[in-house]
Write a protein that binds this ligand. Structure first.
Ligand SMILES: NC(=O)c1ccc[n+]([C@@H]2O[C@H](COP(=O)([O-])OP(=O)(O)OC[C@H]3O[C@@H](n4cnc5c(N)ncnc54)[C@H](O)[C@@H]3O)[C@@H](O)[C@H]2O)c1
Length: 246
């Protein structure tokens, strides 16, 4: 991936931070982006200490004006843009009867809106290069519906899958490949506040019998961004220890 330039959103921790690190290990220049400006500096420092190239780009992905600026800033610094990983997301667990319109809108604005607007901004650069890779992070919740008070979250993640396919068709003539990853349960902050018995219920559904580590998702994301991936677009890769087999 030498000379490739990548943006990873939600890269302050968890799956995004692991993905930024693997991309950098493989030689990409990585724009480490997140709403948490402090934590991304630490991720950048870790990558640089390991000999990789990275820089911090704070951005709230729910605002298209900010994601447009993110793309402009990255292209100004590195001169090109090859890879986008739409990873930022939130999963507040709220019972159906307690869901508010405000929280519904927030979840769609963070989880789904950038899959359209940030992808479009990035693809406008990738088009000029006739090469691009976009990976959108969905969830098993988007494949088979949610467990445990994540009804609206599952709607956002189902939307990620549908939009991935439509964008893949739209940008295929420009050799921009757009795919989705649907992780199962991953040991990140997203699960930090989940009760022990709920975690056990999740694990009981997993044939491989455990939570994933972020690095296990990152390797699959990076595979879809690689030079070797040339004939896969509009696909969903299930990376979930066997929870979903379709
Ligand atoms: N952890 C899991 O089990 C799991 C399962 C399936 C899918 N996912 C998806 O994987 C992705 C990464 O989640 P994670 O598990 O690493 O969780 P995480 O909470 O550790 O990381 C999410 C990151 O997104 C950032 N973020 C939140 N709102 C943002 C905004 N408005 N703008 C920019 N950044 C923002 C956070 O600051 C955080 O760094 C999410 O899209 C999530 O829905 C996670």
């Amino acid at each position: 991936m030498k000379d490739r330039v990548a943006i990873v959103t939600g890269a302050a921790r968890g799956i995004g931070a692991a993905t930024a690190q693997v991309l950098a290990q493989k030689g990409a220049k990585v724009a480490v982006s997140d709403i948490d400006a402090g934590l991304i500096e630490q991720v950048v420092a870790t990558i640089q200490q390991a000999g990789g190239e990275a820089a911090a780009f704070p951005c709230d992905v729910s605002h298209p004006s900010e994601t447009d600026k993110l793309v402009n800033d990255v292209v100004s610094k590195y001169g090109r843009l090859d890879i986008l990983v739409n990873n930022a997301g939130i999963c507040p667990r709220i019972p159906v009867d307690e869901m508010t319109e405000e929280m519904f809108d927030l979840m769609f604005n963070i989880n789904l809106k950038p899959v359209f607007f940030l992808t479009r901004a990035a693809a406008n650069v990738m088009k000029l290069q006739n090469w691009g890779r976009v990976v959108n992070i969905s969830s098993t919740a988007g494949r088979i519906g949610a467990m445990h008070n994540s009804t609206v979250y599952s709607g956002t993640k189902g939307g990620v899958l549908a939009m991935t396919k439509s964008l893949a068709r739209h940008y295929a003539p420009y050799n921009i490949l757009i795919n989705a990853i649907a992780p199962g349960t991953v040991d990140t902050r997203m699960f930090a506040n989940v009760a022990a018995e709920t975690r056990e219920e999740y694990v009981e559904t997993v044939p491989l019998g455990r939570f994933a580590q972020p690095i296990e998702i990152a390797h699959s994301i990076v595979h879809l961004c690689s030079e070797e991936t040339t004939w896969v677009t509009g696909a969903t890769l299930d990376v979930n220890g066997g929870v979903v087999m379709v």
